[in-house]
Ligand binder design. Structure first.
Ligand code: DC
Length: 236
């Protein structure tokens, strides 16, 4: 197992981890941040929160103007987990715990459309950059290394085949007692991949200076170790 450099000052201020849905960003990012004593901000939850709130308020996801207005006003908080039920952290929307609601199939179905709206992205990006200003942050998403934090000190792009990602997501759903079929999970991921990587604003793509890690045949511990090796090697 790779040990991290002693002096934390030699560690990067900001670490960007991007990649497609179910590539392992949340698991890897949360564990890495825990080891480093950094904050982990999973920006996907912000787009999920806007989507959930829009649906809850009966706003048509295709109504870009109303969704954008909502994104400019919504209050999203991420707090240390208050319950041991498999959640990596608590997600509060306008003060209420919505940690699991934002992972619902309805949100999965609509989040890519809503996150393609330029005004929604602008509102979320503004908040994300503000959080990163404090430093010691691992930020997860699709456009962190390319748009949100183009000067991030370390950029990782986590990738995995559609088949492996679908199997992982399927296992998670089953573990949570949700009745899903593997075919549905594959279709849902395909749908989101297509929108996320072809939208006009901040599409999912590999930043030129990112390290790409394919996690198909790697355990979580092996991925973390790879990132730690990169951290150590960049140590002067
Ligand atoms: O990582 P996730 O599956 O929770 O992300 C949910 C959606 O949010 C994803 O389909 C695309 C969008 N997203 C985005 O557009 N930009 C980000 N930085 C993070 C997520």
């Amino acid at each position: 197992m790779t040990s991290l450099p002693d002096a934390h000052k030699s560690l990067p201020r900001t670490i960007a981890i991007d990649g497609p849905a179910a590539s392992g960003k949340t698991t890897i990012g949360t564990l890495l941040a825990e080891e480093l004593g950094y904050l982990c901000l999973d920006t996907g939850i912000m787009y999920r929160a806007v989507t959930w709130q829009a649906l809850a308020e009966g706003i048509d996801p295709e109504d870009e103007e109303s969704v954008t207005k909502l994104a400019e006003q919504i209050e999203i908080d991420v707090l240390p987990k208050s319950v041991e039920d498999g959640r990596p952290f608590d997600v509060l929307i306008n003060g209420l715990d919505r940690t699991w609601e934002i992972r619902s199939p309805e949100v999965n179905q609509n989040v890519s459309l809503i996150s393609s709206y330029p005004g929604v992205r602008e509102a979320m990006t503004r908040q994300q950059r503000k959080i990163a200003e404090r430093g010691k942050v691992v930020m997860l998403g699709r456009d962190i290394g390319t748009v949100v934090l183009p000067d991030a000190d370390l950029k990782v792009y986590l990738d995995a085949s559609l088949k492996v990602r679908a199997q992982r997501r399927y296992a998670e759903e089953i573990a949570h007692g949700n009745c899903v079929h593997l075919d549905e999970v594959i279709a849902s991921l395909k749908h989101r991949d297509a929108i996320d990587s072809t939208r006009k604003v901040a599409p999912l793509k590999v930043a030129p200076d990112a390290v790409v890690i394919n996690t198909d045949n790697l355990t979580i511990a092996q991925v973390i170790d790879k990132i730690k090796t990169i951290l150590v090697q960049r140590d002067p």
